[in-house]
Design a protein around this ligand. Structure first.
Ligand code: F6R
Length: 630
């Protein structure tokens, strides 16, 4: 794919290639790496690659391994320099970048060990400066980095160059930003366990590479990517410095590109085919920009804001406004399962059949309740059969403290009971659990019994939370999908066993309605992986008689909220319902700050509807319609 600038990319200050999926992008980059290695090796020179860690490069590393195993690509004459390492972690620590690189790439290719360079996380404090200087020197001795691979953090960091890193900064020890530590919290089972420091190549070090490719996937990254690509060069966003490099490119999937002007406001960069959705997007954008409700927009507004072709095609403004207003109005319903005995024509969901069998998929136990607890409440209240399916155990999120609490309480109970002999087994069991927690230490991997206990703790939290929206434990299914049990965050890999389990779950229940999330998420995330499993399972049900009548509603868990033109159904929540939802959320002790913000997201959706000129509600849960059939 070419990265030459076109008119539609006028706002972009660095060449940016948008791929349909992350796998396509990863494959394209792997092909470039292959050419680079072959060209350099043909000249008898080693290729020098700059490597990144995190979830983003995982599909790229899988493709490199495939090229090695299936197509004979050799890494014998390749040298690598990693961007960074957590300071304080041994190379054997499960979350160290040394271990990550071994697991994800180096152990599967023929690169000589001595060609691998990763900053040390354990160099003593008084040697850090010299270590960093040596790291710079060894890059220079090999003639510099030929191609540097980069990801981007939500702070806009490249490597771990957090906001404030200067254009000329070199390899050094830095303090991690709060947002970066929050993003790593699930990996380390709690923010409190995430190291505070890291050693990272500097912005200046990175920019010395001859070529740079920054990859980003999923809507979570869309906002920061747009700032880095279209905004000013600033040390507040270190990725923006790529604009100053003569051979830097961004490789994005459509989710990560979704805030770029060419995708978000395409009429500003060229002719647009005015589909109903695109029309709604333009009208809502204009209303928000002018701070005026849809019904008060006038012809001049359209003409003066680059929408004269829309006006000439679908105007006058008065009629266009009414059409869009009605469309928005029709998305609002208090009846997510359809309203019995009502005219369906303008309702998002049909009345029949009634009651419906509704399947709500939650990637991790907490996701669905947090995102659409109000809808679940309403569906159940209106008589539908709701089955909430927690696809994975979520045990990796549960902090040691929760397991410690449980074991300590059990131990205390066993000692305070009047018949201690009867409690002997519980006593030794709780003691052995406490020993396991102490022995494995803060960062050690959880043995199976501890993971099991953590999963059960989360089950209990989900049961409590579900009860506050009226769901009994009989209505909850825990699937504990195997990919989650065998993996770690940012590098999970699903298999046939996962696909079969999801398929069986859907086939048995024969749902009339499915609620699901993950379509726009980072492809390595649990919501995205489970979304793919569900789509695959539905494709396998495509010949079943029930599938044609099954509707599917997408919700957003942690990604950016749906925008008005993407919303097909919007469920208003009263202040009391929002409070119930907050109470449900408070049952989960392991929530990240992103999830805790969900009620605010729901309130923002309501404010948006209000500002467009629709009724003013306290909060709204929003959905996009998707096809259940393949
Ligand atoms: C890691 C690194 C970081 C990550 C960034 C995104 O070596 O350099 O800049 O690329 O934090 O992380 P993921 O890919 O996990 O979203």
């Amino acid at each position: 794919m070419s990265s030459r600038r076109t008119a539609s990319e006028a706002f972009e200050k660095v060449p940016t290639v948008v791929f349909t999926t992350s796998s396509e992008a990863a494959a394209a980059l792997a092909r470039e790496v292959r050419e680079l290695i072959e060209q350099k090796n043909a000249k008898g020179r080693p290729a020098v690659l700059g490597m990144a860690t995190g979830s983003t490069p995982v599909p790229f590393y899988r493709e490199l391994i495939r090229l090695h195993k299936e197509e004979g690509l050799s890494f014998k004459n390749v040298h690598t320099f990693n961007l960074d390492e957590y300071y304080g972690l041994e190379p054997t620590h499960p979350e160290s970048y040394a271990r990550f690189m071994a697991d994800q790439l180096f152990d599967h290719i023929d690169i000589p060990k001595e060609n691998i360079h990763i900053p040390s996380g354990t160099v003593p404090g008084d040697r850090v400066f010299a270590h960093c200087r040596d790291y710079e020197d060894s890059i220079d001795k090999l003639g510099g980095v030929d191609l540097q691979i980069l990801g981007i953090g939500r702070t806009g960091h490249i490597g771990f160059n957090e906001p404030g890193s200067s254009r000329d900064s070199l390899t050094r020890r830095i303090t991690l930003d709060r947002i970066t530590r929050q993003d790593a919290a699930a990996d380390f089972r709690g923010e409190q366990n995430v190291p505070h420091f890291a050693i990272t190549m500097g912005v200046g070090t990175i920019l010395r590479a001859r070529k740079l490719v920054l990859m980003a996937w999923g809507e979570n990254k869309a906002g920061i990517v747009a700032k880095a690509v279209e905004g000013e060069v600033t040390d507040a966003i270190s990725a923006s410095f790529l604009q100053e490099h003569s051979d830097a490119r961004f490789f994005l999937d459509t989710g990560a590109a979704s805030e770029l002007t060419r995708l978000k406001l395409p009429w500003l960069v060229g002719p647009v085919s005015w589909t109903p959705q695109e029309t709604q997007r333009a009208v809502c954008w204009q209303s928000a920009r002018l701070g005026r409700p849809v019904l008060k927009l006038v012809d001049e507004d359209y003409n003066e804001n680059g929408l004269s072709d829309l006006l000439s095609e679908q105007g006058p403004a008065y009629q266009l406004n009414i059409r869009i207003f009605n469309r928005l109005q029709h998305t609002i319903t208090g009846w997510p399962g359809g309203k019995p005995d009502a005219d369906d024509t303008y309702r998002p969901e049909r009345a029949q059949p009634f009651p419906k069998r509704v399947l709500v998929f939650s990637p991790e136990p907490q996701d669905a309740l947090i995102a659409i607890g109000g809808t679940i409440d309403r569906l159940r209240e209106q008589g539908h059969t709701v089955k909430l399916v927690a696809l994975t155990s979520g045990s990796l999120r549960v902090p040691d403290a929760a397991a410690d609490n449980f074991a300590s309480t059990l131990l205390e109970l066993s000692m305070t009971d009047s018949k201690p002999a009867q409690w002997a087994e519980q006593k030794s069991y709780s003691q052995s659990l406490l020993n396991i927690i102490t022995e494995k230490g803060e960062f050690g991997e959880d043995p199976p019994v501890l993971r099991r206990l953590k999963a059960l703790i989360l089950r209990g939290e989900l049961r409590d939370a579900a009860a506050s929206v009226g769901l009994s434990s009989k209505e909850i299914t825990f699937m504990d999908l195997p990919f989650y049990e065998a993996g770690r965050y940012r590098r999970f890999k699903t298999s046939k066993a996962d696909a079969d389990a999801v398929h069986a779950c859907i086939k048995d229940f024969r749902p009339h309605q499915i609620y699901v999330t993950g379509d726009a998420a980072d492809p390595s995330s649990v919501p995205s992986l489970t979304y793919k499993l569900i789509r695959e399972a539905l494709a396998n049900c495509s010949k079943d008689d029930w599938i044609g009548a099954c509707t599917m509603w997408l919700y957003r868990s942690k990604e950016k909220a749906l925008e008005p033109h993407e919303i097909d159904m919007s469920l208003p929540l009263s202040p009391a319902q929002l409070d119930r939802k907050r109470r449900a959320m408070s049952c989960f002790q392991s929530l990240s700050s992103l999830e805790q913000n969900m009620p605010i997201t729901n309130q923002n959706t309501a404010k948006l509807y209000d500002s467009l000129g629709l009724a003013e509600y306290e909060a709204m849960e929003a959905f996009q319609r998707a096809r259940a059939g393949a």
